[in-house]
Write a protein of this length. Structure first.
Length: 163
């Protein structure tokens, strides 16, 4: 998905941005939980809208009763944001980097995720030739903003869940 479901560590740049997105996103979260509980299958939620890397994005007070594992991996070239101020639940939280998320699936269907950073020296010569060393360097050294998304602000209580 693109924007993170509501009530994540990056709520200030997510489906919390409008009442309609917030409502439909909370419904999706509850349906994913219900699916996980009824099928006993693993559910993971990946988003990219916020331009940094962070795991455990739904480990907020809003979802305290039932947390879905989730990642934001918005590191594919857009201007890089600052991390939300409150991201203590994340064990991986990085900005000003580029890269991708590698998922490894175990026989039981569980998945582990590892962020793989792409450094400036990893950019193929053909790309450097097409766009120039200066432009590639600018992307790595200066392509950042001061914007830091707000963290989760829960509704009247934890997000309702249906089991």
């Amino acid at each position: 998905m693109h924007a993170a479901l509501p009530d994540s560590l990056s709520s200030g740049h997510s489906m919390n941005d409008s009442a309609q997105e917030q409502s439909s996103g909370r419904t999706v979260y509850a349906e994913l939980l219900a699916f996980r509980h009824s099928t006993k299958k693993n559910v993971y939620v990946l988003a990219s809208h916020s331009h940094f890397v962070m795991n455990n994005i739904y480990a907020t007070a809003c979802h305290a009763a039932d947390v879905l594992p989730g990642w934001i991996v918005g590191s594919a070239g857009a201007v890089r944001y600052r991390l939300p101020q409150d991201h203590a639940a994340a064990t991986v939280a990085m900005t000003d980097i580029y890269g991708y998320l590698l998922a490894t699936v175990a026989p039981d269907g569980s998945m582990t995720f590892e962020f793989k950073q792409v450094k400036e020296v990893d950019v193929p010569g053909s790309v450097v030739n097409e766009f120039s060393h200066e432009q590639v360097n600018w992307c790595f050294a200066q392509n950042k903003a001061t914007f830091a998304p707000a963290g989760a602000v829960c509704p009247a209580g934890p997000t309702p869940t249906t089991h």
